[in-house]
Design a protein around this ligand. Structure first.
Ligand code: MRU
Length: 369
C-alpha cells in the first residue's frame, strides 16, 4: 500500500500531519512557503526523502503564489500534480523575478533541518532549471513545476527498486529490528527500509518486526507501528533501551534502517540511536542493512565527522506530553541523529543495487559505473 504522505494539489502542498499520528489521520493544506517550512521544521512532514519532496513543493508553491498574485485572471491555483498547469494569463514577469522568487524560497527552506541531504538535493534540482537557458518565462515556470513533480515520481520508483533489491535479505521466520521510521511516511509513499519489508511480504515471506519506539519523538512507536500494522505486518514496539535485551534473547536476526546522509566513505547519519544498534549488531554478529536512495549519498563529504547533526530543542526531552519530567535548570543533550561508521554496516541497499561492506572505493565506483 502506498501511503499518501505528500501531494501538490491545486496550488497547495498537502501532507498528512505526522505529529498527530497514530490517533488522528489529519491532512493539512499548506498554502504558503512559511507553512511548508514550519511543517518540515516541526516534523509534520519528516524522513529524508519526504523532506526533499516537501522542499521542492515549497519552492513550487512560492512560485504558484507569485504567479497567482500577478496574473490578471486571479486564478485559484496554477499548478497541480494531476492536471499539471492550469491555463491562465501569464503575468508580465521576467526570468530574474522567477529566479529571485525561487532563491527566496530556497533560503527559507534550507535552514529548516540540516542533516538530511535530500533537502539540499531537492533544492538544487529545482534551481537546475536555470541551467537549461530557457528564455521564455512561461516555459521556465512549466519546467520548474515539471522538476518538482519528477522529484516526487522518481522517488517513488526508486523506493520500489530499493524494495526489490533488498527483499532477498528477508527470510521466512526472521525477527527484524528497525529504528525510527523509514517507511511510506518518510518518503514518497513506499519507504526505504520498510520498502524492503513490504516487498518481502508481497513475495509471501512471513516474519516478525520489532520497532524501537525512537525517543524523544516516537517515530517508531507512532509511525512505523502504524504503517506496518496497516500493511498487515506483525509488529511489536519496544523501548529503545530494551534493544540489547532483545539481542541477548536471540530475537534479532537482522537490523534494517534508513539514512539521512551517507558520506563518501560509507559512514551513515540516521536517527539518534542507530549507532547503538550498530554496536549491538557487531557484538552479536548480526547484519546491519541500510536502505537509502542514491540521492542520500553526499560525495562531497569525506566521512561522518563532516555531517551536520541537528540539535533539537531540550523541551522534547524535558517534557513528556504536557508534564515536565526533568528538573528545571538541568541541561539537555538532544542530538537528532548519530553517525554509524561504515565498518559497522553490512550492506547499503539502493535503487541501483547493493553495496556490500561499503567503503570509499566501492562507493565511488558504484555511483560512477
Ligand atoms: O527526524 P526524522 O523523523 O526526520 O528522522 C528520520 C530518520 O532518521 C529516518 O530513518 C531517515 O530519514 C530515513 S527515511 C527513509
Amino acid at each position: 500500500m502506498i501511503i499518501e504522505t505528500i501531494d501538490y494539489n491545486k496550488g497547495m502542498v498537502v501532507i498528512i500531519d505526522q505529529t498527530l499520528l497514530p490517533n488522528n489521520e489529519k491532512f493539512l493544506n499548506l498554502r504558503t512557503l512559511n507553512e511548508v517550512a514550519e511543517a518540515i521544521r516541526s516534523l509534520r512532514v519528516r524522513g529524508a526523502p519526504a523532506i526533499g519532496i516537501a522542499a521542492s513543493y515549497g519552492m513550487l508553491l512560492h512560485l504558484d503564489t507569485m504567479l497567482r498574485t500577478e496574473s490578471v485572471d486571479n486564478p485559484e491555483y496554477i499548478f497541480d500534480r494531476e492536471v499539471g498547469i492550469k491555463p491562465f494569463s501569464f503575468p508580465d514577469i521576467s526570468i530574474d523575478e522567477i529566479r529571485n522568487c525561487l532563491w527566496e524560497a530556497k533560503k527559507r527552506l534550507e535552514v529548516t533541518r540540516p542533516t538530511a541531504i535530500n533537502l539540499f538535493y531537492a533544492l538544487e534540482r529545482m534551481l537546475s532549471v536555470f541551467d537549461t537557458e530557457e528564455e521564455d518565462p512561461r516555459r521556465l515556470c512549466e519546467l520548474v513545476a515539471r522538476e518538482a513533480f519528477s522529484i516526487h515520481a522518481e522517488e517513488l520508483e526508486t523506493e520500489i527498486k530499493i524494495g526489490e533489491n533488498g527483499a532477498r535479505y528477508i527470510k521466512d521466520g526472521m525477527n527484524i529490528l528497525t529504528h525510527c521510521n523509514a517507511g511510506g511516511l518518510a518518503t514518497a509513499g513506499y519507504g526505504t527500509a520498510l520498502a524492503v519489508l513490504y516487498t518481502a511480504k508481497k513475495e509471501g515471506k512471513e516474519f516478525l518486526v520489532y520497532a524501537d519506539e525512537t525517543r524523544p519523538l516516537f517515530q517508531g512507536a507512532r509511525l512505523t507501528a502504524w504503517e506496518l500494522e496497516k500493511n498487515g505486518i506483525d509488529v511489536s514496539v519496544l523501548c529503545d533501551n530494551a534493544a540489547a535485551s532483545l539481542f541477548a534473547a536471540g530475537k534479532v536476526d537482522l537490523v534494517i534502517v534508513g539514512a539521512d546522509r551517507i558520506a563518501s566513505n560509507g559512514d551513515v547519519a540516521n536517527k539518534i540511536g542507530t549507532l547503538g544498534l550498530a554496536i549491538l549488531c557487531k557484538a552479536y554478529s548480526k547484519p546491519l542493512y541500510v536502505a537509502a536512495p542514491l540521492s542520500t549519498f553526499d560525495i562531497n563529504i569525506a566521512d561522518g565527522n563532516d555531517i551536520p547533526i541537528e540539535q533539537r530543542s531540550g523541551g522534547e526531552i524535558s517534557y513528556f506530553g504536557k508534564r515536565r519530567i526533568v528538573p528545571e535548570n538541568v541541561n539537555i543533550y538532544n542530538p537528532g541523529f548519530d553517525v554509524t561508521p561504515a565498518e559497522y554496516i553490512s550492506s547499503i541497499i539502493t535503487e541501483k543495487g547493493v553495496i556490500e561492506n561499503p567503503g570509499r572505493g566501492k562507493i565511488a565506483s558504484f555511483i560512477r559505473d
